[in-house]
Every structure is written in C-alpha cells, then in structure tokens.
Ligand binder design. Sequence first.
Ligand code: HEM
Length: 464
Amino acid sequence: MTAHATIPTDEDDFIPPYPFRHETQPSVIKLIGLARKNFLSIWSQRDFARRFMSQRVLRTHLFVCNQPDVVHEAFQSNHQAFQRKSPQMRHALEPLLGDGLFISDTETWRKRRKVVAPIIHGSRVPGFAPIMVDTITETRDAWAQKGEGTEIDALEEMAHLTAEIICRTIFGRNLGGNYASEVVQGFSDYQRHIDQIDIQSMLGLPDWMPRFRGSAIKQSVNRILSVLDEIIDSYHAQKESGEASVIGGLLEARDEDGRPLSREAIRSEAAVIFMAGHETTANTLAWTWFLLSKSPRVAAKLHEELDRVLDGRTPTFQDVANLPYTKAIIEETLRLYPPVPILARQAMEDATLSGTRVPKGSIVMVVPWLMHRNPNLWDKPDAFWPERFLEDSKRPNKYGYVPFSIGPRICAGLQFGMTESILSLATLASKFSLELKPGEDIQPVCRLTLRPGNDLPMILRERA
Ligand code: HEM
C-alpha cells in the first residue's frame, strides 16, 4: 500500500516499541531459545521486507508468506492443503478445546463452521450489542467511582470487561455474570501452563505420540469444563426468561443431517468462542489505550469525533457506523499489535507455494507481525498513524492486512470483535483518558497472543 492521505510530519509520529531486530539471522539453536521466550524477537530487519522465506528447523521445513499474493495462494487458493493448524497450536489447545472449530480441520471443521459461524455472525451483532453496551457502561461507572488520579491495570480492566461481555453473550445475561470470573481464572491458568513451542513436533515425532502435560493443565481444564457443564444444565431454566445466548444457539442448532450437536461438541464450541473472543479483544483495547497515551495528536482527534457525534450520549450499535476515526484507531492498533501475531498451518499433502515445493508436514506461516510492518506494503510501517485507514480507496489489500486471518478460516467473530472494540473505546474515551504511569517501560510479548507484558499500569484522568 502506498499512502495517499496526508502523511503526518515526523514530529507527529509516535513509533511504538518493538523488540530488537537482528542485523543477520541468528543460529537455529538461538532462534529456538528466542522463540520460546518471545516469538517476536526472532526476526531480522531484512525479514520484514521479504516476500517469501523458507528455513529448516531441526526436522521441519518452515515457510513464511509475507506479501498479499503468496498469502492468497496459501490461505485462499490452497486452503485444502494448508487448512490444518500447526501441531504446536493443536497440541497446546486440544486438552481444552477438544475437536472445537478453532483447531479442527477437514470434515469436522467444515460441519462445525456451518453450525457455529452463523450464531456469532455479523448479522447477529446488533442483537448482542445491548449486552456489550450495558457491560461497558458498568466499567465506565466503576471508573467514575474510582475517580481522577486512580492507578488501574488497563490490561486487567480490559480482560475483565471483554470476559464479562463474552460470558454474558455465550451464556445469557443472567447466567454469564455469575460464572465470568471463574471461567476467566480457569482460562488464564491454562494459558500460563501451556508451551507454545512443541519440540516433539519440530523433531518430526508423530502427532499420536503422547505429550507431557502437567497436572496444573488438567486441573484448569477440569475446572472450566465443569463450569460449562453446569451452565448447559441450567440453560433450560434461563431459557424461560427469553434471553438470547450463544449456548442456546448451539443447543438448538442442527447439522446438515438434521442432528443436534453432542454435549461434548457444545462444550468445545463454547470454550472456543470464549477463548477466541476474549483475550484478543482485551489485548486490542489495552494496546489502544497505550498508543493513545503516547500520541496526543490522535487522542485529540478521537475526542473531537466522540464529542461531535455523541455529544455526551452513551453510544449504541447505530453510532458505530458514524465513528470512522474511532474505527481507524482500532484498525491501526490491530496492524501494529495484531493479537494473533502468527498464523501457522501444517501442509496436509505435498504442495507448492510461489513455485517452491512444500513437502507434506511442513509448517506454512503468515505472520501479521511481519507483514503489517512490511516496508513494501506500508508507508512509515512502524508509526502509529490511524489516518492510513480512513479512505476506502486507500485501504490495504485484504491479503496484506490480516489481523483476523483470511480465507475460509477467517475469524468467525470479526464483526463482533470490531463492534465490541469500537463501542468500548467510544464509551470509555468519551469520559476518560488513560495516562501511562510514569517510569513504565511497555514492551510487546508474545505467548499465545501478543500482549503488553503482564500488566499495563495507567492513571485515570476524567475528561472535562
Ligand atoms: C479483535 C478481536 C479478534 C481478533 C483480532 C481475532 C482474530 C482471530 C484470528 C487471527 C483467527 C484465526 C486464527 C488462526 O488462523 O490461527 C480467529 C479465529 C476465530 N475467531 Fe477471532 N478474533 C477476534 C475476536 C473474536 C470474537 C469476539 C469471537 C467470538 C465471538 C471470535 C471467534 C473466532 C472463532 C470461532 C475462530 C475460529 C474460526 C475457524 O477456525 O473457522 N473471534 N480469530
């Protein structure tokens, strides 16, 4: 993409933090060590501008697609060959998600996608929006109680907010609230104990070989699954209240043969939606607060839009379409800090990519962290500059901007996540600014998702 909108002067630019970039590529052993700590720190400066890369690590061939045409080839035209998630991802999430949509493939994925995607589809978002608005205004009121000058952990606040929203959406407003904190705790324990780098798979050991799993993982899985069971059991009681919920949609769904989903499948899909929809949005919002605190120019334009369009009102779903700058800020945040910074697949058969042979079993990656900062696609790739998203005709090629992935496996909750992020930012930023606590050094860290370290200490400032 070339920028056609007015390019801000250099003094206007805020260049947010990124890990050290190597001049030349480190050794494979060093790379594995770096990847285990922070997957973002393995890339050299040159990698950002490359179109297609390949590398052998232990017994695995790795391929990275870093330009829209190769991304299209891998995730759209060659979906059949590259639809399977990487063994790392599958082994990390399988204990919790079972055969859920996020990590399944072929027939199971195809059938589940048909059932699950419509339940959270964009057309359903207007129905979920009142739950979002109520939950966000609760956070706004809680912040007002805390008052001017209070220190908050913006990451934890956003995690709590998005967990409440997704819980109330999945389980219904009445049930969701009661179980939210328990499910959130279970998920965050689980994430802490899983390892993203599956050395067994890198060594070429087969999928069926058992992986070592600590008892902490089993405990958190049991905790989450038993809460999900309880909720499903009590669904019938809450159904009387006429409340719309994802779990209701799953219980009432029929597959293409007219059969209902099994109890296990319903549990898995509820866990998928919770996991996929909670931390991603929380990280997006936390990064947005950080970026705004560092860019007074962007914050002032945001406040101008909110004051003009909302005039002190709480926004509703109908306002979202009238907040283009708010949306552009979220889109720019998703470019700079994509919550899912690596999209990795395993070749299910021998195939080719960009004319190169890709043997069965290879890992094929699209790395939004790299491609979203590819200097051949973006002006000022490391700068926070939401204006680049403002004009429709100047928006990036959709295969070059992939925070929600792309192709048949694109995020099923894209509209949900965008609407939730815009409503949250608009509601909270109408009343508050957040200032980074002095002396804090915020750095991006990647485990399963890309987050601003373990916490984000900020000071609440009430807007006049
Ligand atoms: C800003 C927020 C969000 C971001 C950035 C995001 C991003 C993504 C990405 C990148 C994937 C594909 C992962 C991969 O290929 O490895 C994905 C899949 C998925 N997401 Fe989201 N997501 C967000 C919000 C949500 C929400 C709110 C929901 C549910 C309400 C959701 C539900 C799903 C589901 C079900 C899948 C699996 C789709 C499939 O494999 O067919 N996401 N998301």
